[in-house]
Design a protein around this ligand. Structure first.
Ligand code: M6R
Length: 616
């Protein structure tokens, strides 16, 4: 969480810092700040709230200069206040620092610093880093740029936890220092200046190339050149310069009111992209360039483990049902934050897939690293092929969903489920899935984007349903088999966008406790397509109706049984059972969106959340 942008070069830094921060708001938007070197003095501007508040603050109190650092915050330590907004200064006031990450030993470090006379200006963990570096620098004889690098190295060796930092010192002119451990940071290389950014998308259009800092690296740059080294003095990994053209471009809302709405409606296209070049028609199978393993090796995968958080976990769970159905390969799904600390057995023949839209989620990355350490092959399924998970895994699948700006994951979910379905097809075809069956599945997949477009035509119906139920205080979501993860996803969408309390369960779990929640004012949303368990779902719907609970059902076109029984029905086109999650989730995404709008919520930036969760 938190986004960093830095600039040093020939131009005024401020426009780059502000626009870059705007592009990073998906990483947090509690407060924002910038430090700019203005005629040899660091000037800091801060504002509580979105980056737009900082823009206003700088309009009222202008500042300019040819180097600067900036930050958009998602609070971890210390409330959302002006004092806690970054940048933070050192004791001399000459050094400013921005930080993304968590300093785990901040209490001990703070006590030590206080015992040496430091008086903290904030409650943040970050301020211990600025003070440690400043203290080391001031204590050194060497007041040069090299001296600051040495001071930062010395200070960072005392810090436990995660960080990406940007540092500016007013005695050193146009010069930035950066370091990374656990949180992402890139250097952007341009003609008229150089950049720091948590994500290259923040500096797209300005830098022509970029370099990702590797774990444990420190870098320093001026407007023309940069150097990288190990924080501990070790040699850095070879520097890989990447072309900016390949980094995701920052999106615009186009004709839509919100990014979430736009991203929901982009799904026919994002799903087409996910399939492009990956279906082999004559063999009735799928292939992925990022999983280049021989058929013999792939046949040795006896178990798959999928790990992820939030929506990515829900997609993994849908994938478990689908892959086991298509390929008979056992799949286990693990919530990354639990998996990373569990002493779970890891049999030979196990391949582990880390699912993450951003490819930066701290828990998912940590779980993957732990598995890699234990020697199992790891694969990333990410929407950013340059992300840390993509780079550190042994291979993987690019979701190709295009940048997802809305904090609520929508198109990445359907792309994840589709990619897992194709993985199931590929593995199935190496085992017992016949050629004719493979071809049938392939032709169903090819029709999917059009079915998704057709499903999205329910938008207006869903908007009316949203209006009718928006005042409800809680919702239940129920589904069976691969539509149980859809229930989880629908519940997650609604709670994060509209702050309404939701829960999701397999439909049959109703009578094991959930049914106690049913009353006249608690809508139950059943995902009940015409699949082989339709009748079972119907019985569960009857049970809710018998207790006067309102029921909204997501069913299959042509279904009049649901229409007779339920209060409201949204129908999706018929398709193969294992593909239904990609269709049934769409009305639920729309429902969350429309309820959020109806309640006046900030649907693209819901309270307390951030798009990319880079802290534990
Ligand atoms: O980038 P990731 O897919 O790893 O993110 C995981 C979760 O933080 C994310 O899916 C979150 O649950 C979404 N905001 C849900 O809409």
């Amino acid at each position: 969480m938190c986004g960093i942008v830095g600039y040093v070069g020939d131009s005024d830094a401020v426009p780059f810092l502000l626009e870059g921060l705007g592009r990073l708001e998906y990483r947090g938007y509690d407060s924002a700040g910038a430090a700019v070197l203005n005629h040899g003095k660091i000037e800091i501007r801060k504002a509580v709230g979105h980056v737009s508040s900082l823009v206003e603050e700088i309009k009222s109190h202008p500042v300019s200069g040819t180097s600067g650092i900036s930050h958009t915050r998602w609070a971890t330590h210390g409330g959302v206040t002006l004092e806690n907004a970054h940048p933070h200064r050192d004791a001399s006031g000459k050094l400013a620092l921005v930080h993304n990450g968590v300093v785990e030993n901040h209490k001990d470090l703070r006590t030590e610093l206080e015992s040496r006379g430091h008086v903290f200006a904030s409650q943040t963990d970050t301020e211990v880093i600025s003070r440690l570096i400043g203290e080391a620098f001031d204590g050194h004889g060497d007041k040069s740029r090299d001296g600051l690098v040495e001071a930062a190295r010395e200070a960072l060796q005392q810090v436990r936890g995660t960080y990406a930092i940007g540092v500016l010192h007013e005695d050193l002119g146009d010069f930035l220092l950066a370091a990374r451990r656990g949180s992402p940071l890139a250097l952007g290389l341009g003609d008229g200046g150089q950049f720091l950014a948590s994500d290259p998308a923040a500096i797209a259009g300005w830098a022509s190339n970029f370099v990702y800092l590797n774990e444990g690296e420190i870098a320093w740059l001026d407007g023309k050149k940069f150097e990288v080294a190990g924080i501990d003095g070790s040699a850095p990994a070879p520097v890989v310069v990447r072309s900016m053209e390949k980094a995701a471009k920052a999106g615009t809302k186009g004709k839509f009111e919100h990014f979430m709405q736009k991203e929901i409606h982009e799904q026919p296209e994002s799903l087409r992209e996910a399939m492009r070049g990956r279906l082999i028609a004559d063999q009735g199978t799928a292939c992925f360039h990022g999983i280049e393993r021989s058929p013999e090796e792939l046949r040795q995968w006896e178990t798959l483990i999928f790990t992820g958080c939030g929506t990515s976990f829900n997609a993994a769970l849908a994938g478990e049902y689908i892959i086991e159905f298509l390929s008979r390969v056992p799949v286990e799904c693990e919530i990354a934050s639990e998996f990373r600390y569990r002493n779970s057995p890891l049999e030979m023949g196990t391949a582990v897939f880390a699912l993450s839209q951003s490819g930066e989620t701290a828990d998912t990355l940590a779980a993957m690293r732990e598995i890699k350490r234990r020697g199992a092959p790891t694969f990333g399924i990410c929407n950013n092929p340059f992300s840390t998970i993509s780079r550190e895994s042994d291979g993987g699948i690019d979701l190709r969903a295009g940048q997802e700006v809305g904090v609520a994951a929508t198109k990445s979910f359907t792309s994840q489920v589709l990619v897992l379905t194709m993985l199931g097809l590929m593995l199935g075809r190496m085992r017992d899935l016949r050629h004719t069956e493979g071809k049938k599945i392939l032709s169903a997949l090819e029709k999917l984007p059009d079915l998704v477009a057709e499903t999205l035509e329910v938008d207006e119906v869903v908007r009316r349903i949203a209006k009718k139920y928006a005042a409800s205080e809680s919702f239940l979501f129920l589904g069976r088999q691969a539509n149980f993860p859809v229930a989880l996803e629908g519940a997650l969408k609604l709670k994060e966008i509209s702050y309404i309390s939701t829960c999701a369960h397999p439909s049959a779990e109703l009578k094991h406790g959930v049914i106690a929640l049913v009353n006249e004012s608690t809508p139950s949303i059943f995902i009940a397509p015409r699949d082989e368990l339709f009748e079972k779902n119907l019985s569960n719907i009857e049970e809710v109706k018998a207790r006067n609970g309102p029921v909204i059902a997501v069913g299959t076109q042509g279904d009049d049984v649901l229409a007779d029984l339920c209060d409201d029905v949204v129908l999706v086109p018929a398709c193969e059972d294992f593909l239904t999650p990609i269709l049934t989730v769409l009305p639920l995404q729309l429902l969350a969106y429309h309820i959020g709008v109806e309640l006046g919520c900030d649907v693209d930036k819901p309270r307390n959340l951030a798009k990319s969760v880079t802290v534990e």
